[in-house]
Write a protein that binds this ligand. Sequence first.
Ligand SMILES: Nc1ncnc2c1ncn2[C@@H]1O[C@H](COP(=O)(O)OP(=O)(O)OP(=O)(O)O)[C@@H](O)[C@H]1O
Ligand SMILES: [Mg+2]
Length: 362
Amino acid sequence: MSDIRIENLVKRFDKTVAVDGVSLDINDGEFVVLLGPSGCGKTTTLRCIAGLETPDEGYIYIDGDVVNSLPPKDRDIAMVFQNYALYPHMTVYDNMAFPLKMRKLPKNEIDRRVREAARLLNIQHLLNRRPKQLSGGEQQRVALGRAIVRQPKAFLMDEPLSNLDAKLRVYMRAELKRLQKDLNITTVYVTHDQAEAMAMADRIAVMNRGKIQQYGVPIEIYNRPANTFVGGFIGSPPMNLIKASVIEKNGDVFLDAGYFLYNAGDVGSVLKEKIGGEVYIGVRPEDILLSTSSSGDSVFESEIYVVEPMGANMIIDLKLGGDIIKAVIPSTTGFYAGTRVWVGFRRDKIHIFDAKTGKLIV
Ligand SMILES: Nc1ncnc2c1ncn2[C@@H]1O[C@H](COP(=O)(O)OP(=O)(O)OP(=O)(O)O)[C@@H](O)[C@H]1O
Ligand SMILES: [Mg+2]
């Protein structure tokens, strides 16, 4: 049980700045997910916490103590990798017992811990098998078991579910979330899968190009993305971003997207100082309203380009000039490729970002 604090962490590889001033506070028992695209610095951040990389700048604290010069084995942290890294010639039991044997724990204590972890993970029946006699999901559990037996201060996990098929991944993420809460061990978990991050995290740190873009609870990141990167990275399909000029007409503020003019309404007062400038209108697919006749919410008329049935919902692709915008609506009849529809936005769900900085304005 421990809290972890990262302060202005910088890590360079030659000219590449892999981690560029990352600061994070992770509370005792918290499940924090580092989320971001390939190459954004997630693994490097994790390896710095583990002590497998030496920071060029900044500090890592565990339980309030700076650990920068502490070797990995003295940090009392367990890391679970994407490829599990099990020993092929050892049984499941011996794989799990190995880190405890290295620490020279008494045999009966080792046995107690291995059996307890096996019970938690539901792998008691596999203890005598070797890794190659296990499915991917079972191997994953053994790798977790080997981390759990150590009763470490924290778990660091680098895309531990990415080798599993889609169905097993969704199953295991719930199992892992439950296990983490039961054990109450501080966990830093790396993924590039936004759905996994949303489903599992107490808090998500969204990273891009070595920097934290936003750090918060999943629903806050979803509902109030700090910038266009976060808005576009979270959600599936992602948030639509429509470029528009801010103009004034008869004392009201409008957003002029070229293909439609949108009255900014209540937020017009906030946008007054942006008049003459450019913004992105951010609207999530589920916050787009479609109807076959014009109504008070209608903003523009468009033709359906493609309908993608998803089961309970369907994705409707709409052409807006040269761009496609995506709407998600409950599955219904009457919407086909070629159908003319009126398109509106849920007014209270609109986000406006500065086009230059990408930062959320309102
Ligand atoms: N040992 C290394 N030597 C040189 N460059 C490295 C090294 N490790 C990482 N990098 C570079 O640092 C940047 C961040 O890499 P990192 O592995 O942390 O990304 P990541 O977010 O984990 O990506 P992915 O999702 O692909 O695993 C990348 O540009 C990468 O090429
Ligand atoms: Mg990585």
